[in-house]
Write a protein of this length. Structure first.
Ligand code: BDR
Ligand code: CA
Length: 312
């Protein structure tokens, strides 16, 4: 399957993506970089290790120590009300697991090992990915493609009215990645907010017994979304949609534009992602470079694919 180096802030929808990957031969995760975001980096690391046990991932997948704080120099805020105390809803992974952590530089070996046959999928803040461009800009030219969950283009944000969480958390990192990375596909809220998974779907999937903890994760996650908006029939699984884009682009409607990001940390528009036109006065990442953006998701195609993979 497609070889993927995954950067994630292992909360509930990140975990849904990992469960999907463990059941879908079309993708092969060859390394996971654990970052702060939904939860602390330490929780993200221990969640990945817990999941490799529950879903018997081949344990040679390097779990790589990623970023602990954003490039903004701020203390990150976590979201236990959405993802749970440790990022797995009600589940508290026992922390007596012995596992050695690969240090960040292990990532160089992964990239050199899979040179030119590797896709990077970023489903958390972009701090670690940006750091790779700061330290290893030439090495990153070996990456075939980047798929990034983040942003909101002309639709409401989920952290502020205009900004999406991954872009809001570290807009400086986003600007670095948009400036230096090529072959980037952005999967923003425009697409991911349509990927609503309902309790009925989860109950159906759960019967097949392949997804083990999915039901308890989604019950926790969905409760937050339905309390916030009772009209929602379920909850959006942002991150698994991003992983699907690697192998099923037909699910999306893409258009390419230059993108800029609001860097002013104190501004109400902080982290807003804007399709570049010559009038906007935002930080110009790189005037003429364009990135592919998914402006829409075909729900039925998503739904059928999601079910077919998750029932195993
Ligand atoms: C994104 O932010 C995180 O909370 C989710 O895991 C997802 O990656 C959604 O805005
Ligand atoms: Ca995430």
């Amino acid at each position: 399957g497609k070889k993927v180096l995954l950067f994630g802030d292992i909360g509930i929808d990140d975990t849904v993506a990992l469960i999907y990957a463990s059941l879908n031969k079309e993708v092969e995760i060859v390394g996971i970089v654990a970052d702060y975001g939904n939860v602390s980096r330490e929780d993200a690391v221990s969640n990945i290790h817990y999941l490799t046990k529950v879903f018997d991932y081949p344990n040679f997948i390097p779990i790589i120590h990623g970023a602990d704080v954003p490039l903004t120099g701020e203390q990150p805020a976590f979201y236990p009300e959405i993802h749970g105390e440790h990022g797995l809803g009600p589940i508290i992974p026992n922390d007596d697991q012995e596992f050695e952590l690969e240090n960040f530089f292990e990532i160089v070996k992964v990239i050199e090992n899979y040179k030119n046959d590797l896709v990077i999928v970023n489903i958390g803040r972009l701090t670690s990915l940006a750091t790779m461009f700061i330290l290893y800009r030439e090495l990153m030219n070996n990456i075939e493609e980047y798929y990034i969950m983040g942003g909101a283009f002309g639709v409401p944000g989920n952290v502020t009215t205009v900004a999406e969480a991954n872009f809001y958390g570290d807009p400086i990192a986003v600007n670095i990645v948009l400036t230096y990375a090529n072959n980037v596909t952005i999967i923003p809220l425009n697409a991911t907010q349509k990927a609503i998974v309902t309790p009925g779907m989860v109950d159906y999937i759960d019967q097949f017994g392949k997804t083990k903890i999915l039901k308890s994760l989604m019950e926790y996650y969905t409760r937050f979304y339905q309390e916030r908006d009772p009209s929602l029939q379920g909850a959006p699984v942002h991150d698994v949609v991003t992983l699907m884009a690697v192998i099923h682009p037909e699910m999306f409607t893409f258009k390419s534009y230059p993108i800029s990001i609001v860097l002013d940390l104190g501004s109400p528009a902080r982290g807003q992602s804007i399709v570049e036109n010559h009038h906007s006065n935002t930080q110009k990442s790189n005037k003429n470079k364009t990135h592919r953006i998914a402006f829409d998701l075909n729900y039925n195609v998503f739904f059928q694919h999601f079910l077919s993979v998750m029932i195993g």
